[in-house]
Design a protein around this ligand. Structure first.
Ligand SMILES: NC(=O)c1ccc[n+]([C@@H]2O[C@H](COP(=O)([O-])OP(=O)(O)OC[C@H]3O[C@@H](n4cnc5c(N)ncnc54)[C@H](O)[C@@H]3O)[C@@H](O)[C@H]2O)c1
Length: 353
């Protein structure tokens, strides 16, 4: 602690490491003192100094600084484990960027290090505060659509995998471990306490051979919900971000600006569908509904305050709260990721839970 504030440091000062420094500085001037960063790359250390942030010349030097009680790790995925264990053994509390690590045995080693040192250890699952996700949660919690039987969540880009460590398997690259970790965590939060019955997943390798550049997973829950999660990177026309089907209506969220709508049936009994021309045939089943039997509504409002994540960390360190992202949640997420990879490797449905 420094002057009653938490001494804060970041290891890995790339895109996300500098983001953590900026945001903690902006949102928590009264609770956190930025002590400095360490990055293996001298160029990143120089950038930090330019940004007015002290760059330690080694990880050991940073970890030896007694003012620091909280370290966020924002390095490539394959080194989270080693750095987290070193930081915990140096008596620091640790936040790891997602994915926390690459396997369950690795995770257990990290948790053991936290336990033997009596320190907080958690993962930055910041997308639990994404407004689009909170809107879908609200639709479900408020039972707006009646019983929901299908959710489709797609994140689609057209740039392949970035040409850095993210396209290299040995660094924990690939889209399952990148975006997938967020979307699967959101799914597990949203559907809790329902258990997963089975998982089927396909990995894509359109732009990259070394690791996946996308995936398409179908997860079936014990209440019959079919949850489809897709991350793909060769889509020059995107499908909606969310598509939610309930017995009494449908919701769509088209993009991260949260454009979309809810359409609900207002008169199920009215079955006077008039056949329409469809291609070279006619259909009554697929005739669009007329305005007499449906109603359109705007999406509900949902504000996501990401700052709650760090506020919870500081509260937990001060004994006033429990960490939001727990070890059991992370274990379940890592097991699900294993099931996704197994399903894709063996091209089969994998039973789960
Ligand atoms: N939560 C989110 O929304 C979000 C968004 C982007 C990235 N991330 C995660 O953040 C982490 C970093 O991603 P990024 O986009 O900032 O990557 P990046 O490549 O921009 O930055 C990584 C930095 O880590 C440094 N580094 C590599 N090995 C190191 C080591 N052993 N010790 C110290 N520094 C080391 C690199 O030099 C680089 O500066 C990844 O785990 C990624 O999954 C999370």
């Amino acid at each position: 602690m420094v002057n009653g504030k938490h001494g804060f440091a970041v290891i890995g000062y790339g895109g996300m490491g500098s983001w953590h420094i900026r945001n903690v500085k902006e949102h928590f001037p009264d609770r956190a003192e930025i002590i400095g960063i360490y990055d293996i790359d001298p160029e990143a250390r120089r950038r930090a100094e330019e940004d007015g942030i002290k760059a330690f010349s080694s990880r050991e030097e940073l970890l030896a600084d007694e003012r620091i009680d909280l370290v966020t790790i924002a390095t490539p995925n394959d080194v989270h484990k080693e750095i987290a264990i070193a930081a915990l053994d140096a008596g620091k509390n640790v936040i790891s960027e997602k994915p926390v690590t690459l396997s369950i045995p690795d995770y257990e080693e990290m948790v053991a290090a936290a336990k033997r040192n009596g320190k907080l250890f958690t993962t930055h699952q910041n997308r639990r505060w994404d407004p689009d996700y909170l809107i879908v949660r609200k639709l479900i919690d408020d039972n707006t659509l009646g019983s929901v039987f299908r959710i489709e969540h797609r994140v689609q880009g057209s740039r392949g995998v970035p040409g850095d460590w993210r396209n290299q398997k040995e660094h924990g690259g690939g889209m399952v471990l990148d975006w997938g970790v967020h979307l699967l965590d959101q799914m597990l939060q949203m559907t809790y306490p329902h258990k997963i019955v089975s998982v089927y997943n396909e990995l894509t390798y359109v732009t990259n051979e070394n690791c996946d550049d996308g995936f398409r997973a179908t997860v079936i829950f014990d209440n019959g919900l079919s949850f489809y999660v897709e991350v793909t990177t060769s889509n020059f026309i995107e499908l909606p971000l969310w598509y939610v089907l309930g017995e009494n209506g449908t919701a769509v969220i088209r993009n991260w600006d949260n454009e979309g709508e809810v359409v609900k049936v207002s008169d199920w009994e009215n079955r006077d569908a008039v056949p329409i021309q469809a291609g070279v045939g006619i259909t009554k089943t697929m005739a669009p509904r007329t305005d007499e039997t449906i109603k359109r509504y705007p999406l509900p409002e949902a504000q996501g305050k990401w700052e709650e994540y760090y506020a919870n960390i500081f509260d937990t360190l001060e004994g006033k709260a429990q960490q939001i992202v727990t070890h059991d949640q992370q274990r379940r997420l890592l097991r699900l990721i294993d099931a996704l990879f197994l399903s894709a490797k063996e091209n089969r449905v994998v039973s789960f839970e």
